[in-house]
Design a protein around this ligand. Structure first.
Ligand code: NAD
Length: 490
């Protein structure tokens, strides 16, 4: 039995006015919920209501510590509903339940962190250079749009919503069409926590309709976007028309480097986790593993043992490591890449097919897949697949290794496995990426900035500074001289 979901926009719970559609549970293709997509008229209504709400005294006059208290209540609301939220997220995108729980916990932590950032907000009295005092303050940008992908909904949405609210902005969230649930739940929790109506709106639906209308809306002052590089480039083009700042968290093709001196137990576990957790549907998936030739055969043998032991299956089970892909269409796109890898001369060492039998036949499952024998210049090694597909590449010379790692349009993340801290520093410093994990992978901390370089985007999220992205700086000069300005007086 599926549920009908209403959404919350312009301060009211109701259906959006676009066509009705259904969301599916990737495990078995069953309908989870039906809801209505937003339209450009809905976007306009939500944005106008947000613009009105942000000037009302119950939002505009809140002191930083009061806004912090509100964000703490949102964090508490997420924690109080944590298990229910995790189960809903599992149904929305098919992630294993343990991963969903971690994402929900991280969302609560994000609100807590930005509550602290709001509470300890400081402004700057700049050094005086005359008979005047100079002071610079940060003001909320206004109404901002948050556009998010389907792979880690609650975490992506919290990373935009929390700093925006902490800064005093109003937010219209456009979640991915296939995973609207978490944004709607967050709106409910914000309302219960006391966020004034109109300050948070959620409009699900198609990117080309709702997302596009949000980006183009004249009252939207910023777009915080996480998603694919092509869509991000389109957003930046439109943003240029109104000189609107954006942050673009985009795709990746992250290299993981295994050095000859690496602790292979750790490296194997790290490479497996880096590519196959979240079924590879992760922007930072370590999809190219460069393994030193001296340890290549041993690493490969151990890695393949690990792949065979991975528990691929029902995301509701506590011991599942890899669930289904988000939907059949995405699985087809992963399958096309595997065919391409074979045409490009790759040898399949594992996977390359769907698991079959029982529920596997109904869900969008795909087996963890490992290739070798591919050149780094092949499309399989260059393009983001966003699925459980790993390419193993041997390396010998460090300069050539670094050149190959950097020979890619993207620059999101990387991993280095070595016992030598100098090697890690040298290689890590030479990589053109936003994040380097040394002897670990895919760990995240809200207090540490995150961003890509090159075609992986720009604009830091997370970290104390993350809040400033939602502000505009205004400087004040206070004249202290008892006499009129000499020019006017003279
Ligand atoms: P996507 O770019 O297709 O969609 C992302 C969001 O943008 C969705 O809400 C979508 O509806 C919306 N959108 C689509 N077209 C739009 C348009 N013309 N105008 C405005 N909005 C539009 O990405 P996806 O398939 O949902 O997610 C996968 C991608 O996200 C991958 O490339 C992945 O690497 C990337 N991603 C990046 C990060 C990061 O932090 N760098 C994190 C997670 C995912």
């Amino acid at each position: 039995m599926s549920e009908h979901l209403q959404t919350f926009f312009a301060g009211r719970w109701r259906d959006a006015s676009g066509p009705r559609y259904a969301t599916e549970y990737p495990h078995d293709g069953s309908t989870v919920a039906t809801l209505h997509a937003g339209t450009s008229a809905d976007v306009d209504e939500a944005v106008q209501a947000a613009e009105a709400a942000r000037w009302k005294p119950n939002w505009a006059r809140l002191k930083h510590h009061e806004r912090a208290a509100l964000l703490h209540r949102v964090a508490a609301g997420i924690r109080a509903n944590a298990e229910g939220l995790a189960q809903l997220q599992r149904l929305d995108n098919g992630k294993p339940i343990r991963e969903c729980r971690a994402l929900v916990a991280s969302a609560a932590g994000t609100f807590q962190f930005f509550a602290a950032a709001a509470e300890t907000w400081e402004e700057t009295l700049t050094p005086s250079r005359g008979d005047f005092l100079t002071l610079s303050v940060h003001e909320p940008l206004g109404v901002v749009g948050a556009i998010t992908p389907w792979n880690s909904p609650i975490a992506s949405e919290a990373q935009k919503l929390a700093p925006a609210l902490a800064a005093g902005c109003a937010v219209v969230i456009k979640p991915a069409e296939v995973t609207p649930r978490m944004a709607i739940e967050l709106a409910k929790i914000c309302q219960q926590a006391g966020v004034p109506d109109g300050i948070v709106s959620v409009l699900p639906g198609k990117g080309s309709v709702v997302g596009d209308a949000l980006v183009r809306h004249p009252l939207i002052q910023r777009i915080a976007f996480t998603g694919g590089t092509t869509v991000g480039m389109g957003i930046q083009r439109l943003a240029a028309e109104k000189l609107m700042p954006t942050s673009l968290e985009l795709g990746g093709k992250s290299p993981t480097i295994v050095c000859a001196d690496a602790d292979l137990d750790h490296a194997v576990a790290g490479v497996l986790y880096g590519i196959f957790s979240s079924s590879g549907e992760s922007c930072v998936a370590g999809s190219r593993a460069f393994v030193h030739a001296q340890v290549y055969d041993e690493f490969k043998a151990r890695l393949l043992q690990g792949v065979q032991a991975l528990r691929v299956g029902d995301p509701a089970r506590e011991d599942t490591q890899m669930g289904p892909l988000v939907n059949q269409a995405h699985r087809t796109s992963v399958e096309r890449y595997v065919e391409l890898g074979l045409q490009e001369g790759g040898r399949l060492l594992a996977g390359g097919t769907r698991p079959t039998g029982g529920y596997y036949d109904h869900g969008s499952y795909y087996l963890p897949t490992v290739f070798e024998g591919l050149d780094n210049r092949t499309r399989l090694c260059q393009e983001e697949i966003f699925g459980p597909v790993l390419a193993l590449l041997p390396w010998r010379d460090e300069a050539d290794l670094i050149a190959q790692c950097n020979d890619n349009l993207y620059g999101l993340a990387s991993g280095i496995w070595t016992r030598d801290y100098k090697t890690a520093w040298r290689i890590g410093s030479a990589l053109q990426v936003g994040t380097v994990w040394v002897n670990t992978y895919k760990l995240f901390s809200i207090s540490t900035p995150f961003s890509g370089v090159k075609m992986s985007g720009y604009g830091q999220e997370k970290g104390r500074e993350g809040i400033l992205a939602y502000t505009a700086q205004k400087s004040f000069y206070w004249g202290l001289n008892d006499n009129p300005l000499p020019w006017a007086a003279g």
